[in-house]
Ligand binder design. Structure first.
Ligand code: ATP
Ligand code: ZN
Length: 303
């Protein structure tokens, strides 16, 4: 069976088992009772293995301000993925015109203007702007769970337009970041092993946009700045990243003016667990009925 068929059949099965609920738009789904229980189980398991870090837990709505979005320079690399929120600021007659356009089935997008709000592209984005200034000598550790939006409609259930990432973020020296990477790689591998997932790690690159993007991607790979824990959801030949580690060097430190006590820009890195993807990997591996999953896996997720 070809990749697209495997993916769309899996999606139909997830609908049939009420694990995902269709909305009429590819990549935007409701979550069923058991799907969500597994998501919560994975998140709790990640938080248990990360507990020794004592990271500060922050919570943000799944949007970033336009100001901070622009500072992040996300648009330079991923203009094709971003979602911009628009709003209506018209008067009565504009409202009437809008309703008429909608009723005639015409394009009404122009009747909505900018709100200054952008959908969060990755869970860690709202954190960096809050850290402006000099961080303590031991650096900072923050953890965040957020829905993220990426405009990548697909029939692959593992490529959603809205999905959650549990992230842990380290802000400090290059050495702090190296230690963080090694620790979380081992933790992630151990967790996936305990969940009886067939998983392996590999260096990776982000889907940078356009011709310049090809160079950025090659550079990211050469420097080993990104690695992923891969699990077969579609197939072993086309494995899916369920956990990604990104080392940003001093990119965000510089853009958001986060300094080490030495006066140098802080380095940052994050590890992100894709909660829906890991959930899908479990359903694919162990079947649609959680009650029939191996006891060790259920125990690990407290299901
Ligand atoms: P990919 O290369 O597969 O698009 P990514 O490497 O760009 O993913 P990151 O930006 O590093 O992913 O995001 C961290 C984690 O978020 C990934 O490991 C994955 O589990 C999850 N993730 C990313 N994109 C999606 C998506 N479209 N749908 C569901 N989960 C996603
Ligand atoms: Zn991140």
């Amino acid at each position: 069976m070809d990749t697209a068929t495997v993916q769309s059949e899996f999606l139909q099965q997830l609908f049939a088992h009420r694990l995902l609920i269709p909305s009429g738009v590819d990549g935007l789904y409701g979550r069923g009772t058991w799907f969500e229980r597994v998501v919560e189980g994975i998140d709790a398991a990640v938080q248990r293995i990360g507990a020794p870090d004592n990271a500060e837990a922050l919570h943000f709505p799944p949007v970033v301000t336009q100001h901070n979005y622009q500072l992040s320079e996300h648009f330079k690399s991923f203009p094709d993925l971003v979602g911009v929120v628009r709003g209506f600021r018209g008067k009565d007659k504009d409202h009437l015109a809008l309703v008429e356009k909608m009723e005639r089935g015409e394009d009404w997008a122009a009747n909505f203007g900018p709100t200054g709000v952008i959908m969060t592209p990755a869970a860690c984005y709202p954190i960096y702007p809050t850290l402006k200034g000099t961080i303590p000598p031991e650096g900072k550790r923050v953890t965040v769970l957020s829905y993220c939006f990426r405009y990548e409609p697909s029939l692959d259930p593992a490529r959603l337009q809205m999905f959650r990432q549990r992230e842990h973020v380290r802000i400090g020296t290059p050495d702090d970041v190296r230690e963080f990477a090694a620790t979380w790689k081992a933790r992630g591998e151990q967790l996936f092993k305990e969940l009886s997932l067939d998983s392996w790690s590999d260096v990776a690159n982000d889907p940078f946009f356009g011709r310049v993007g090809k160079m950025l991607a090659a550079n990211q790979r050469d420097q080993g700045l990104k690695f992923e824990l891969l699990v077969p959801i579609t197939s072993r030949e086309k494995p899916t990243a369920c956990c990604s580690f990104n080392y940003h060097q001093d990119h965000f430190g510089h853009l958001f003016e986060i300094k080490l006590p030495t006066g140098e820009w802080a380095h940052t890195a994050c590890v992100g667990f894709g909660l829906e993807r890991t959930t899908l990997a479990l359903f694919k591996t162990h079947g649609f009925d959680v009650e029939k999953w191996p006891a060790t896996v259920r125990e690990r997720l407290k299901l």
